[in-house]
Design a protein around this ligand. Sequence first.
Ligand code: SF4
Length: 443
Amino acid sequence: MTISNENKLTFECETGNYHTFCPISCVSWLYQKIEDSFFLVIGTKTCGYFLQNAMGVMIFAEPRYAMAELQEGDISAQLNDYEELKRLCLQIKKDRSPSVIFWIGTCTTEIIKMDLEGIAPKLEADIDIPIIVARANGLDYAFTQGEDTVLAAMAQRCPDNKNYPSKNAIEPTTDAIHPPLVLFGSLPDAVVQQLTYELSKQGITVQGWLPSTRYTELPFINEQYYVAGVNPFLSRTATTLMRRRKTKLIGAPFPIGPDGTRAWIEKICSVFNITPTKLDERESEVWSSLENYLELVRGKSVFFMGDNLLEISLARFLIRCGMTVYEIGIPYMDKRYQGAELLLLEKTCREMNVPIPKIIEKPDNYNQLDRIRDLQPDLVITGMAHANPLEARGINTKWSVEFTFAPIHGFSNAKDILELVTRPLRRNLNLNEVSSEMYSSRY
Ligand code: SF4
């Protein structure tokens, strides 16, 4: 039985035998977010096949990413890594003239110990274009953690008062009534504007976002600045901002769902000694607009197999919507970075009077399928590998990757989360109607 009988959160760790996307997939959303970037994935055909398939139709739109495919000669060190990479980067510079090139390290570059961090500064000086190295490989990380490695590397390049590497960097404004605040996490521009606006209604000015829309517009980050994350998978970025850039992290629940968004804004306000206004009204307005969806999910059960690190925040929101969560699988759990979110999860379970789900780090998909068979949840949130086989066995599924690409942050996007969660439930209602019309009522 998965649900914990204890009255507090319990954590378990399984074998790590689970399906998830390789973290190099982060290039697919980061190249779109950072408009003047180019991503070079240094790996093998395996990595290329994955990207080509996972990115679907995007690969026909001349994406600003490419594979540097390692050959036998690279692996046995018969070719010169520096010269090979220089040749490729000069070609990229000529064809696309980006403001920055990201080198994405893969499993192979790790195993053959290719010194990307050592080569990059020399080449950067040689060809006069910034090169940022991120080791987003499948040996160490899962899916969204790829973005974390890229942002942690970018955090080192943000300008500060002592050092102005970027001519066009946005200088800090001085008229705010609180210390400067920088938010980190890659979100679509519309969502960035929504969250910035929500904070501005409380009198909070956002100094900048990491990443910004253009590399040349990275925000200033000085010592003692405050930073807050918008996504639960950014723990390395948070650590880099605290340790290397000496900023102060605001540890808040994440702005996913109206409850999370409110808690996120409240926490930022409390750090700046600002009393939030009209948040209560704003949150209840959103909840009442969701009523049609809530009717569908109330009293239903859900099982997270775990593959993208958004699981804790989504589970907490779904519990607030009236669902019971049987199990929260998650690839990696940073209890410090997600501390405030875990407390909110516990509090939400108590307030909604539902059992507290067990959190299974590094889950084992085989064991999970056994548990799913026993528990028969109303919905399983899972990857594509298990979705159709489970559907064929009469279990509703929602493909987890969609939560990563859909806009799910802030007050107004709570609807999108429920739209995704209820889609399989609504589809099955429709199918029942169709079948009853065709078979039961007529014959
Ligand atoms: S897991 Fe490793 S080899 Fe596979 S696609 Fe990712 S980086 Fe490439």
